[in-house]
Ligand binder design. Structure first.
Ligand code: ADP
Ligand code: MG
Length: 674
C-alpha cells in the first residue's frame, strides 16, 4: 500500500469511523441491531464439522444471556488464542440463526487492553486490501501499529503550516490534527482534524502549481509579438466571414496580452465542440505572422489535420499567406518542398499531425504552436516543439473536452486557461431523445425520413477495450441489420472501425464526408472533431455503455449545419442508476460544462480523461469534488503565500517554505503537469 516508513503509516488515514460509544447487552439484541459491541466472557468452545472443513463455535455470555461467536477460517489459530472466562470486548455484525444470535468473525479485544488503548468511541477503519487482511494485517492490527507509533513518537509531527497562517484560516496544529484523525474522541475534534489535513494537502498542491506558474511567467522568456499588422487587419476587416462572439473576442484579447508580455505563453483553450476555436487560432496565427514568425497547428489524426487545413485554406484563400499540410501520407517529394519552404521561411503556417514533431522538420522562425485536442499527445511530444526555435514558441492547447473548474484548478493550475463559453449565434439546439431498443423500428422510420430530406446519419457502436471481440461482433451484427433496413440502391452505407487499415478508414470516411454515403456506421473513431455539416442525426447504440463526456463529444458531431439536428440514445431497459443519470443529463442539457460536472460527480476525479497520469489527484484525504470549498480557499491561500513580499524568504511563512522544499525534493511528478 505504499507504506515504507513510519511517516507513511501515520499518513494512512481512516476512510471511516465506527461509532463504538454504545455497549449492548445480549438480552437487548434484536434484528435491527446490526453492528453491535458487547462485553462478556467465553464459556466454552467447540469445533463443528461441516461439508468442507469445520467451523469453530464459542458460547459467549454476559449477565443477561448467551450468544454464539463463529469462525470459518483460521479456526485452529483462533482456538489456541482464545482465553476462557476472561472479559472481552467484541464488535461485529450479528445474525439470528435458528433463533439464536451469532456473530461471525467478531472483532475482539481483551477488556483490560481495551481500557488501556488510546481509542475514543469513534473507531477508525483503515483502507486495506483483501490480501492484507488474509495475511492477518487486519484493521485491528493497523490500529495497534498506530497506537504504538504514537506512543513511540509521543505523537509529535513536524508542523508544516506557520502559526499566523493557521490562525488566519482556522486550522488546528499538525499534532492535534494527526492525533484526532486517528483517535478522535468526538465528532467535533474529528471535523477540525479533517479540515486541517484536507486544507494542508490541497494547499501544498496549489502552492506547487502557483509557484510553477509564477516561475514560468518570470523566467521562461518568449517572443514578443507587439505588432498588429497587415495580415491580421486585412483579414479582420475584409475576410472575416462572421462577427466574432463575445467569448471569441475575449479569448483573442487574452492571447494578445500573452503575446506581448515577453514570457512564453502556455495557454489552454477550452471550448465546446462548435464553439468556434478555429477562427481564434487563425487570427492568432496571423498575429504571429505579422511579427515575422511561423506557426504550426497540430491535430491528433490525419482526418482532423486535413479538415483544419481545408478550413484554414478557405478562410485565408484570398490572402497572401502560405499554408501547407504535412501528415503521414505526404509524399517524399512534397515533403522536400515543405522542408525547404519551412527552412527558408517562405512557409507561414504548417498544419499537420505528429509528423510535425519529427526532428527533420526544421522551422526558420517558429513562434507559435497550436495543439488541438491535447489529451492525445504526450508531454514529451509537446516538449519537442519547444526545441524548434531559440526561445520556446508560444503554445496554445485547444480542447473540446470541458474540464470542471475544480479539476482544472488542480490539474492545470499552472496553465492559463481561456474558455469559449458561448456558441455562435443562430445555432439550433440539438434535439436529444432516449429510446429503448424495442422502439428501434420507429427510429429507423425516422432515419429514412431524414435521409429522404437529403440528410446524413451517424450510427455509433461502443468499443470498449476489455470486450473488444464482443463489441466488434455487435458492430458487425448491427451493420448487417442496418444494411437490411437500408438496402441498396436507395441507401449507401460507410463503415469505419478500429480494426481497419488507416487507408481504408480514410477512404470510407471520405465517402461520407463527400456525401457519397448517407449512413456512417462506426465505433467511436469518429469521436474527435470530424466535421460533416450535412449530417444531422446521431444515433448512439448501447448508449448506456458510454461515458458522459463521450456521449457529449459524439453528439457534437451533429448540429453543425443550418438544419435541425437530432441525437437518439438507444439503450436496453436494464439500466444502472448511474446510466440513468447519464442519459437523463444528455436529454436535459447540452452545456458541456454542466455535463462535465455531472461526470466528475459520477466517476470521481481519478477516472477522468488524462488525469490518471498526473498524480495530482492521488490525494490522501482531500477530494476535489466533495471538498470544493476547501480547494478554493487553499488556492487563494497559495496565491497569498506565493506573492508575499520576500518570496520564500518571508519569515512569517518559514514553516510553509521548509515543507515546500521537502515536498518538491521528494516529488518529480510536478514536472509532468503541464
Ligand atoms: P470548434 O470549436 O469545434 O473547433 P469550429 O471552429 O470548427 O468549432 O467552428 C464551428 C462552426 O462555427 C464553423 O462552421 C465556424 O465557421 C462557425 N463559427 C465559428 N465562429 C462563429 C461566429 N462567431 N459566428 C458564426 N459562426 C461561427
Ligand atoms: Mg475544432
Amino acid at each position: 500500500m505504499g507504506i515504507f516508513t513510519c511517516a507513511d503509516l501515520a499518513n494512512l488515514f481512516p476512510n471511516r469511523y465506527i461509532d463504538r460509544s454504545r455497549f449492548y447487552k445480549i438480552a437487548e439484541l434484536n434484528d435491527n441491531a446490526l453492528e453491535v459491541q458487547l462485553v462478556g466472557r467465553i464459556t466454552s468452545v467447540q469445533t463443528v464439522a461441516q461439508k468442507r472443513g469445520s467451523r469453530l463455535v464459542a458460547q459467549f455470555a454476559d449477565e443477561t444471556g448467551i450468544m454464539e461467536l463463529v469462525w470459518f477460517r483460521g479456526t485452529k489459530w483462533i482456538q489456541d488464542a482464545l482465553k476462557m472466562n476472561t472479559p472481552y470486548v467484541i464488535f461485529g455484525r450479528v445474525n439470528r440463526f435458528k433463533g439464536k444470535f451469532s456473530m461471525p468473525h467478531p472483532d475482539m479485544e481483551l477488556l483490560a487492553e481495551f481500557k488501556k488503548s488510546l481509542r475514543g468511541s469513534l473507531q477508525p477503519v483503515y483502507p486495506s486490501t483483501e490480501k492484507l487482511s488474509n495475511k492477518g494485517i487486519t484493521n485491528r492490527v493497523v490500529q495497534k501499529l498506530m497506537v504504538q507509533l504514537f506512543q513511540e513518537t509521543n505523537g509529535r509531527f513536524k508542523e508544516t503550516l506557520s502559526p499566523g497562517f493557521r490562525k488566519q484560516f482556522g486550522l488546528v496544529t499538525k499534532d492535534e490534527a494527526m492525533f484526532n484523525i486517528h483517535f478522535p474522541k468526538n465528532q467535533e475534534l474529528l471535523k477540525s482534524a479533517r479540515f486541517r489535513l484536507k486544507f494542508e494537502e490541497l494547499f501544498f498542491i496549489q502552492l506547487q502549481l502557483v509557484v510553477k506558474k509564477r516561475t514560468r511567467e518570470l523566467k521562461i522568456k518568449g517572443y514578443v509579438f507587439e505588432k498588429v499588422g497587415d495580415n491580421f487587419n486585412s483579414f479582420y476587416n475584409e475576410f472575416l466571414p462572421f462577427e466574432l462572439t463575445g467569448a471569441q473576442k475575449k479569448v483573442l484579447k487574452e492571447i494578445r496580452k500573452d503575446f506581448s508580455t515577453g514570457a512564453q505563453m502556455n495557454r489552454l483553450l477550452q471550448g465546446d465542440v462548435g464553439s468556434g476555436k478555429t477562427i481564434v487560432a487563425v487570427l492568432a496565427m496571423l498575429l504571429a505572422m505579422d511579427n515575422g514568425f511561423q506557426s504550426a497547428l497540430i491535430a491528433p489524426t490525419e482526418i482532423l489535420a486535413n479538415q483544419h487545413f481545408l478550413a484554414v485554406e478557405e478562410l485565408l484563400g484570398k490572402m497572401d499567406v502560405k499554408v501547407r499540410l504535412l501528415t503521414g501520407s505526404t509524399t517524399a517529394s512534397q515533403r522536400k518542398v515543405i522542408h525547404k519552404e519551412l527552412e527558408e521561411g517562405s512557409l507561414d503556417i504548417l498544419i499537420g499531425t505528429h509528423a510535425l514533431f519529427e526532428d527533420k522538420v526544421k522551422f526558420n522562425n517558429l513562434g507559435f504552436a497550436i495543439i488541438d485536442e491535447q489529451h492525445r499527445f504526450g508531454v514529451a511530444q509537446r516538449a519537442k516543439m519547444w526545441k524548434k526555435n531559440v526561445l520556446p514558441p508560444h503554445i496554445l492547447v485547444m480542447t473540446a473536452t470541458p474540464i470542471p473548474r475544480t479539476l482544472a484548478m488542480s490539474v492545470y493550475g499552472d496553465l492559463d486557461i481561456s474558455v469559449i463559453d458561448e456558441l455562435p449565434p443562430g445555432r439550433k439546439e440539438i434535439r436529444t431523445v432516449h429510446k429503448f431498443d424495442q422502439n428501434r423500428l420507429s427510429v429507423f422510420r425516422f432515419l429514412r425520413e431524414e435521409i429522404a430530406k437529403g440528410r446524413q446519419v451517424y450510427i455509433v457502436y461502443p468499443l470498449i477495450q476489455e470486450s473488444e471481440q464482443l463489441d466488434y461482433k455487435d458492430l458487425m451484427d448491427g451493420y448487417e441489420s442496418i444494411s437490411r433496413e437500408f438496402p441498396l440502391p436507395d441507401y449507401r452505407i460507410s463503415i469505419v472501425h478500429g480494426k481497419m487499415k488507416a487507408a481504408d478508414k480514410d477512404f470510407e470516411m471520405q465517402r461520407f464526408v463527400k456525401g457519397e454515403t448517407q449512413i456512417l456506421v462506426a465505433t467511436t473513431v469518429i469521436e474527435v472533431g470530424v466535421n460533416v455539416p450535412n449530417a444531422s442525426v446521431m444515433v448512439i447504440e448501447s448508449a448506456e455503455r458510454f461515458g458522459l463526456s463521450q456521449l457529449h463529444q459524439l453528439r457534437g458531431r451533429v448540429g453543425r449545419g443550418a438544419d435541425q439536428s437530432y441525437c437518439i440514445l438507444l439503450s436496453s431497459q436494464k439500466l444502472t442508476s448511474d446510466a440513468k443519470t447519464r442519459l437523463r443529463t444528455m436529454v436535459e442539457t447540452s452545456d458541456g460544462f454542466r455535463i462535465a460536472e455531472v461526470d466528475l460527480k459520477l466517476r470521481g476525479p481519478g477516472d477522468l480523461m488524462g488525469t490518471q497520469q498526473s498524480g495530482v489527484l492521488q490525494m490522501k484525504i482531500a477530494d476535489i469534488v466533495k471538498d470544493r470549498g476547501i480547494l478554493e480557499l487553499a488556492r487563494k491561500a497559495a496565491f497569498e503565500v506565493a506573492s508575499a513580499e520576500g518570496g520564500s524568504a518571508n519569515a512569517a511563512y518559514s514553516e510553509i517554505w521548509d515543507s515546500y522544499q521537502m515536498i518538491s525534493r521528494n516529488k518529480s511528478l510536478w514536472s509532468k503537469i503541464s
